[in-house]
Design a protein around this ligand. Structure first.
Ligand code: NAD
Ligand code: DAU
Length: 342
């Protein structure tokens, strides 16, 4: 099979590229990424020379480029990770979220209709369901929970989901959608809570906790998300949505305290700062459909996964320090243009 993975130079897409290149040597994995500020080819360094891997630089919302690529490559499967993914950025500048997350998705869908594929998979988020109250721990997001978004980011993702499902109903496109909770693990961009706090704690900087730190997120190791997507694409029913999560709810304060303890840093580094506008209180996924239909079982729980992740950041300082210094943005020029690969 020839599989197009978009956004494969980002956090989850990058982990997925590693997973697929290693697990399916007989498949061809084409990684398409625009290399925005969040795209980092150093994330894909270890698979760069694999025979079943190829990188293409490009924008999923560029119609001519996408149609030409589909015509040339004749993909069997398309898995769309590419997105603007940071909620805080969407509050500052919503437009690019509409452009990439909505227009980019519909451009890919149009190409799939025109050139034909066996599966289009949309990597979505639990944020499309809005949030849950802190005083109702009995409530979880199911696939039937109504869409009720809070931020420009989640609104753009919910819009994309609706387009994907409509292309199934209207054009018979074989689609699936996964909605996952917060991921953590290797190659997580240091603007997001966990890698930001690890990198700042290591530098003895202040750790900015929004509001009172009581907001709850449901953390899943990125490896378990990759396994879930692979299962859904190969065995999940067409036209269906699958929630992905492992029942690992923690308050933000608990997460930050865990990081400080593991790094032997004082809690006095915590600084409470102005809250995020529209800040969702609690996310919590009910993953029963994925478990019962497809036999998905997560490998990691948060307590072991977070320790391994902290160790990864200690062992891979170059990766995130290059990001903080901006050096990672030169990687494409050095590794691809200068070597005549593109
Ligand atoms: P990320 O920001 O780390 O990576 C996004 C990647 O997409 C980057 O490599 C970027 O260069 C690329 N990209 C952005 N715009 C593009 C465009 N127009 N064309 C081509 N490539 C483009 O994001 P992530 O955290 O890895 O998230 C990946 C997907 O998973 C997103 O769709 C996100 O909504 C979803 N998701 C994320 C989480 C999470 O906790 N991070 C949880 C659930 C779902
Ligand atoms: O739930 C899935 C979503 O998880 C994904 O769809 C998004 O792409 C991903 O970015 C993530 O969204 P969050 O907003 O939950 O993640 P973030 O890491 O930005 O924040 C996690 C929590 O930590 C949130 O309650 C806000 C808080 N926070 C975040 C930052 C960056 C802080 O308290 N301080 C911070 O500096």
């Amino acid at each position: 099979m020839k599989i197009l993975v978009t956004g494969g130079a980002g956090f989850i897409g990058g982990n997925f590229v590693h997973y697929m290149v290693e697990k399916y040597p007989e498949d061809m994995i084409v990684n398409l990424d625009a290399l925005t500020y969040a795209g980092n080819l150093e994330t894909c360094k270890s698979v760069e020379d694999a025979n079943n891997y190829k990188f293409v630089k490009g924008d999923i919302a560029n119609r001519d480029f996408i149609f030409n690529l589909f015509e040339e490559e004749k993909f069997d499967v398309v898995i769309n990770f590419a997105a603007e993914s940071h909620v805080d950025r969407s509050i500052e500048d919503p437009g690019i979220f509409v452009q990439t997350n909505v227009m980019g998705t519909t451009t890919l869908l149009d190409a799939c209709v025109k050139y034909g594929i066996t599966r289009y998979h949309q990597v979505s988020t639990d944020e499309v369901y809005g949030d849950l109250p802190l005083d109702r721990p009995d409530l979880f997001f199911t696939e039937e929970t109504p869409l009720h978004t809070s931020s420009p980011y989640s609104s753009s993702k919910a819009s994309a989901d609706l387009f994907v499902l409509s292309y199934h109903r209207t054009f018979g496109l074989p689609v699936s959608v996964s909605r996952c909770s917060n991921n953590y693990g290797p190659y997580h961009f240091p603007e997001k809570l966990i890698p930001l706090m690890i990198s700042r704690a290591l530098a003895d900087g202040s750790l900015p906790v929004y509001g009172n730190g009581e907001n709850v997120r449901d953390w899943l190791h990125v490896y378990d998300h990759c396994v879930a997507i692979d299962l859904i694409v190969r065995k999940g029913r067409v036209g269906e949505v699958y929630n992905v999560g492992g029942h690992n709810e923690r308050t933000n304060l608990e997460v930050v305290q865990t990081i400080l303890k593991a790094l032997d840093k004082p809690e006095s580094l915590i600084t409470y700062v102005q809250d995020r506008k529209g800040h969702d209180m609690r996310y919590a996924i009910d993953p029963e459909k994925l478990e019962n239909e497809l036999g998905w079982v997560p490998k990691y729980n948060f307590d072991t996964g977070i320790q391994q992740t902290i160790q990864w950041y200690l062992d891979n300082k170059d990766w995130w320090q290059n990001i903080l210094s901006g050096d990672y943005q030169n990687y494409f020029e050095t590794m691809y243009k200068e070597k005549g690969r593109v």
